[in-house]
Write a protein that binds this ligand. Structure first.
Ligand SMILES: *Cc1c(COP(=O)(O)O)cnc(C)c1O
Length: 355
């Protein structure tokens, strides 16, 4: 059996999500988020995060990221994020576009996690100097772009630096559930309790069709002297201006409701992470395979001999890489990755290595 590890977004959507969309498509409902389902999403997210939140649904992760950040950054601001972050490398200047030209500054650090010491230097640089951009937001990705996961202490180390500088913290949670399960903590612990003020709460990669939520922790912002009311107001206008105020918002809301019902998010991410653990364990034992960054969630970067990559691709397995950086490939498991597919991949790699 062949399987693709290209990305977690190659999988479609969970049945219950699709069913919820079918149901939401019946009858009439008020447009532009003025429907009961959208109000329910906010209530469900408040419950999930154990605090009062504002929630804004959009249909891509890029929009969730750039809208979140634009509501907190003036055009002369700078946003501090990891140099390998999605914001810097995979959003095609949407960050600059949505913020009207704010500066995105890459911070280094092992395993795509920002080094708090480097962050400390940059957040306090040229404050109040009219000639320089002004640090405005710190943004971290959880899961990171190389498949590592910030521990709660590591999140706190970053958010403490931000707090001292008076800056809000954004979390790019495109793989929020996968990270959460890797840590085994609660959503509150991984976010506002660790100093995060706003999250791009990803759902698309973990089993919905197209829905992401910007989740604003109102009290956390207030504690930093930032008006949550103002942020919510701006997000409303910015989302519309950015073309993400869906008129049939109920179709997005229905997906998010299904995602949050009966812990679907947890079930899906548990499977994806378990498949990655199995895949990583198997690959570790294959001669010639090097694990670049140990996978903690559902994404792994590893290095294989080029002929082994050619063999696996010829066998019909799908994945990115091989020629970006010699032999480096990226493997991602999803809520629907079949166990037999993982086993077949390992078997094929092992057979090639030992033949
Ligand atoms: C996938 C992803 C996103 C969102 O991407 P879209 O393609 O815009 O939905 C954001 N951040 C990270 C780290 C991602 O992997």
């Amino acid at each position: 059996m062949k399987v693709a590890f290209t990305s977690d977004n190659i999988a479609g959507a969970s049945d219950s999500v699709f069913k919820a969309m079918m149901e939401a498509a019946q009858g009439d409902a008020m447009p532009y988020g003025n429907d009961d389902g959208t109000a329910q999403v906010t209530r469900m997210l408040s419950e999930l995060f154990e605090c009062e939140v504002d929630a804004f649904l959009v249909s891509t992760g890029t929009a969730a990221n750039v809208l979140s950040i634009s509501a907190l950054t003036p055009p002369w601001g700078s946003v501090l994020c990891h140099s390998e972050s999605h914001l810097l490398n995979d959003e095609c200047t949407a960050p600059e576009f949505y913020t009207n030209g704010a500066r995105f500054v890459g911070i280094s650090g092992a395993d795509a996690k920002m080094d708090p010491d480097q962050l400390k230097k940059l957040v306090s640089q040229k404050i109040g100097d009219v000639h320089s951009c002004q640090p405005s937001v710190v943004s971290l990705s959880q899961v990171t772009e190389v498949g590592s996961v910030y521990s709660l202490d590591e999140i706190r180390a970053i958010s403490d630096v931000a707090k001292t500088a008076g800056l809000p913290v954004h979390m790019d949670g495109a793989r929020f559930a996968n990270a959460l399960l890797a840590l085994g903590c609660t959503p509150a612990e991984m976010t506002w309790k660790a100093g995060v003020d706003i999250v791009s709460f990803g759902a698309t990669k973990n089993g919905v069709m197209a829905a992401e939520a910007i989740v604003v922790f109102k009290q956390s912002l207030e504690n930093k002297g930032i008006s949550s009311e103002q942020v919510a107001k701006e997000l409303g206008y910015r989302r519309k201006r950015g073309g993400h105020l869906h008129s049939k918002m109920r179709l997005l809301s229905s997906q998010m409701i299904a995602y949050l019902t009966d812990d679907l998010w947890r079930t899906n991410a548990t499977h994806a992470n378990a498949m990655m653990a199995l895949l990583q364990e198997g690959l570790k034992a294959v001669p010639g395979v090097k694990i670049n960054t140990p996978a903690q969630a559902n994404m792994l970067f590893c290095t294989l001999p080029l002929p082994m990559i050619d063999h696996l691709q010829a066998e019909g397995f799908g994945f990115y890489g091989g020629r970006w950086e010699e032999g480096v490939i990226r493997l991602v498991t999803s809520f629907r990755t079949p166990k037999e597919g993982v086993e077949a991949f390992i078997k094929s790699a092992r057979q090639f290595a030992t033949k």
